[in-house]
Write a protein that binds this ligand. Structure first.
Ligand code: ADP
Length: 884
């Protein structure tokens, strides 16, 4: 004896989905058995029961099929995947056990459920491929159809930064990378569901062929992909995984977009967190972040687009200028602004609606929502004659009004359809003759029955005779016991109740068959027609997505205009230099929270004349707020937003670095100081003359002398080597001496008003260094005992006396170091200029525009030159082995 046939079937299916919890459909329930039942009952807090499995009792738990989504969400949140196994034949006609199959597997990256997805954020499934330090990344949001790939050299852009930007819900990684030196470290920091997959066994040609057939890849794109084998592999992993889990073709995956992270302002993971662009560092909420301030969008698509813009500020001055001009026009033209907002406001989430259509989960109400959204597009298009800015004109001109789809849906879908798609009432009268005929038949039958009661009462003389309907017996005529003697011959008894009997007649039965038959046919036919309509919409997914994207961009531009007006922002002036000039500027988020009491400040940096501003002043005086403000304003300007200032001149920054009070990163086992130094190293190694650097304390995590030395050396390096615009807030007053050595360094401090024992922070940035820290004063405010305060004051006075010595030492050491560096720089190293020239050429290589054969020639010439150079550098010793 073995397991029952059903359990055998279960075990067979489960063996193919061992890594997922299997939802096994049994009637109106999804049941889980064995290990799955133990796991799921605990997580879902549902009763664990048992079922006779033949040779043993099998642990079991179950959930009602119609409410499965909430349970799936909970299991996903606990890191499980769920395989949905359905009955795939009608139990009524099945011989033996009903056939069952897994129809899809739900994973964190492939959720379509509205209850799990956030309206205002994307849900990405990514795939990462890495080889010799280069990496390829593909990511998809299957709820909207967005699908992008990129490939980068390891020195160009860090894959970790890109992953932190995207925050994928799930990342596919070939399991060969488990032993890679860096990848597991990176994945640890990404903190998403990692899906290890077997290594791909396909050639680039095979992969490309699949991509091109699945996605209609254009010629230029194919050419790019040809040079990006890792990107192609990553895209393939994604498609392959979708096929395996979704088991259907998704018509809204129309386009594969190729992008280069280098084309956007690079913002590393730490800076992204520190600047609180899209979420607050502490609360993780959007509200107290820059996104929270800028988001006045009225559609979910717009909200997602704004988030995307904020995550990828632009570098191309023309593109930014176009956005700024569009925002300006909307700021200035109130009528245009209001009309556009009115038109956009009622538009539903077209992207996700199209996703549900492609997915087969859209119901008639979704199609109605699509129709209602499309109906608003002409209002937008009608504004074209009022619009002047190039970008707004471009967007509105490109808007596809989708009139054909509108007509189809308007004619086809009823005005108030039910949520279910198999119960009829979803197709409009007049759309399909057969539907109309069946409806008429059913209607006629019902009318006949409605008239039957009066007719029979008259014929039989039974005044209380009633016509009724129930699901088991169908239509009947009901006669109470006292009147039974009056029942005519042609009534056939059907059912006996306590005080009445129910009858049918041949005529009534016939009419019943007609009505029920018509309704059944009607429901089936309506469902078929609905599916055809859905297919029609799916065929137009690409067009819908184009219009959705335009609506999203318009929504973002409108939002930026509204926020600019509400908060009195100005249009920034973009310049080609790396100047940053802010007059009466405010921190966009802190300003919102400080209810009109925010103190505006100026900021001026203009390399090479002025590179580094050192800002000193007591705790809580407003230093961090000030330096972050400069970074946030730069980001805002580069997404095309107006900025909180009276005047702003912004030289486009290629990167922004923000090192702000680090916290221990316990999950990766790095101490505060180590994290801080990692961030500093990252800045010094990657900042360029076009970057903006903000430093909030450097070197505080170690001893004072260590700290000052590091901070000083870092400043020097930024001033003389990197030459990046830098704002440095610090407590090390010694650093204010930098100004004496370097004309490009300036001292500023936070103004403080002292009145007797009371100090007030004026929040004003003024030229010159701070002379005191007021630390003891703060300690007093905080309630530190008087005895301790007195002692601290004593010590401070003593130390102040010796401070001049320390300052003198720093001055001398710095001067000596500078002299030494100068001397080393001028000493003649044979071959150095050639070396610089050689490296310069290497850096400027445009590999994307180089064919394989050209690359080979280049490489061989470089190898030759490198050999010659090596000879020169080693002092003409030509015997040196170039391999060593
Ligand atoms: P610091 O870095 O000097 O310790 P912060 O920048 O953290 O000081 O500022 C402390 C608090 O002061 C902030 O939380 C903010 O509420 C307030 N603040 C800072 N700058 C301003 C300003 N310019 N106007 C008004 N309030 C400010």
């Amino acid at each position: 004896m073995g397991y029952t046939p059903m359990i055998q079937q279960y075990l067979h299916i489960k063996s193919q989905y061992q890594d997922a919890i299997l939802f096994f459909r049994l009637g109106d329930f999804y049941e889980m058995f064995f290990e799955d039942a133990l796991t799921a009952s605990a997580i879902l807090e549902i009763a664990l029961t048992a079922r006779d499995g033949g040779i043993e009792k099998v642990p079991m738990c179950g959930i009602p099929y119609h409410a499965y989504e909430g349970y799936v969400a909970k299991l996903l949140a606990h890191g499980y995947k769920v395989a949905i196994c359905e009955q795939v034949e009608d139990p009524a006609v099945a011989k033996g056990i009903v056939r069952r199959e897994v129809i899809r597997v739900i994973t964190p990256g492939t959720v379509m459920d509205e209850k799990v997805l956030l309206d205002k954020a994307n849900n990405y499934l990514g795939a990462l491929v890495s080889e010799h330090g280069s990496w390829g990344l593909a990511y998809i949001d299957i709820s909207t159809g967005e699908f992008c790939v990129t490939q980068c050299g390891h020195r160009e852009v860090s894959v970790l930064d890109e992953l932190i930007r995207l925050k994928p819900a799930e990342l596919i990684v070939p399991d060969t990378l488990k032993d890679d030196g860096c990848v597991p470290e990176i994945l640890k920091q990404v903190k998403c569901y990692i899906n290890w997959r077997p290594m791909l066994q396909k050639s680039l040609g095979q992969v490309l062929e699949v991509l091109e057939t699945e996605l209609r890849v254009g010629e230029d794109l194919a050419a790019q992909l040809y040079k990006w084998p890792l990107a192609c592999q990553a895209a393939y992993y994604v498609l392959d995984f979708l096929q395996e889990t979704q088991k259907q073709k998704l018509g809204h995956l129309t386009e594969l977009k190729v992008y280069k992270p280098k084309n956007y302002m690079l913002i590393d993971a730490a800076t992204r967190r520190n600047l609180e662009l899209t979420e607050n560092m502490q609360t993780k909420s959007v509200r107290a972040s820059l996104l929270g301030v800028l988001d006045e969008t009225v559609t979910a698509m717009g909200a997602r687009k704004l988030k995307h813009w904020l995550e990828t500020p632009l570098l191309d001055k023309n593109l930014i200028q176009q956005r700024l001009d569009a925002v300006e026009e909307l700021v200035e033209n109130a009528l245009l602004r209001e009309s556009l907002r009115k038109a956009i406001k009622g538009i539903y989430d077209l992207e996700r609606l199209v996703g549900r259509v492609a997915y087969g989960s859209a119901n008639a109400r979704d199609l109605l929502a699509l129709k209602q959204s499309i109906a608003r597009l002409p209002q937008i298009a009608g504004l074209i004659d009022w619009v002047h800015s190039a970008y707004l004109r471009l967007l509105i001109n490109d808007l596809d009004l989708l009139e054909d789809l509108f007509t189809l849906l308007d004619n086809g879908i009823a005005d108030d359809p039910p949520a279910g798609v198999r119960e009829g009432n979803i197709i409009k009268d007049g759309f399909n003759q057969e539907v109309d005929r069946l409806r008429e038949a059913a209607r006629h039958g019902k009318q006949w029955i409605a008239e039957l009661e009066a007719k029979e009462r008259e014929r039989t003389g039974i005044r209380s005779l009633k016509v009724g309907f129930n699901k088991v017996f169908g239509y009947y005529l009901e006669v109470t016991k006292p009147n039974l003697h009056m029942v005519p011959q042609d009534y056939h008894r059907k059912q006996t109740l306590a005080n009445a009997e129910r009858f049918i007649t041949a005529e009534l039965k016939e009419m019943e068959n007609l009505i029920l038959g018509a309704e059944e046919k009607l429901n089936k036919l309506e469902y078929e027609i609905f599916n055809e309509l859905r297919a029609q919409v799916e065929k137009n997914a690409g067009r819908l997505q184009t219009s959705a994207n335009i609506v999203a961009e318009l929504d973002v531009l409108l939002s930026l205009a509204l926020v600019a007006i509400a908060n009195n922002y100005c249009k920034p002036e973009l310049v080609d230099s790396s100047k940053l000039e802010l007059i009466e500027a405010r921190h966009p988020v802190v300003e919102k929270l400080s209810a009109g009491r925010f103190v505006a400040n100026d900021c001026h940096l203009e390399p090479p004349a002025s590179i580094l501003n050192i800002i000193t002043g007591p705790n809580m005086a407003g230093k961090s707020t000030y330096i972050r403000m400069a970074a946030l304003i730069t980001v805002m300007a580069q997404i095309g937003s107006f900025v909180p200032a009276r005047k702003a001149v912004v030289g486009i920054a290629d990167r922004i670095f923000a090192r702000v009070g680090a916290s221990d990163d316990l999950s990766t086992g790095r101490s505060t100081f180590m994290v801080e130094m990692n961030e500093v190293a990252n800045i010094l190694n990657h900042a360029t003359e076009r970057s903006l650097v903000i430093l909030d304390e450097v070197g505080r995590g170690t001893s004072t002398f260590d700290g000052i030395s590091i901070a000083w050396a870092v400043s020097e390096y930024l001033l003389t080597r990197v030459k990046a615009r830098t704002l440095f807030a610090t407590h090390y007053h010694e650093l204010t001496l930098l100004q004496e050595e370097f004309p490009a360094a300036r001292n500023f401090s936070m103004a403080v008003k002292e009145e007797g024992n009371k100090i007030t922070f004026l929040r004003k940035v003024i030229p010159g260094a701070a002379d005191r820290s007021y630390g003891i004063h703060v300690a007093e405010l905080a309630g530190v005992p008087k005895e301790v305060l007195d002692r601290a004051n004593n010590l401070l006075a003593a130390l102040e006396e010796r401070k001049q010595d320390v300052r003198q030492t720093v001055r001398e050491v710095a001067a000596a170091a500078a002299q030494k560096a100068g001397a080393a720089g001028s000493s003649h190293l044979p071959g150095l200029p050639e070396m610089q020239h050689f490296l310069g050429r290497l850096c400027k290589l445009d590999l994307d525009g180089t064919s394989p054969i050209e690359a080979w020639h280049l490489l061989s010439s470089f190898a030759r030159e490198a050999g010659e150079l090596l000879g020169k550098l080693s002092g003409g010793n030509h015997d040196q082995d170039p391999d060593s």
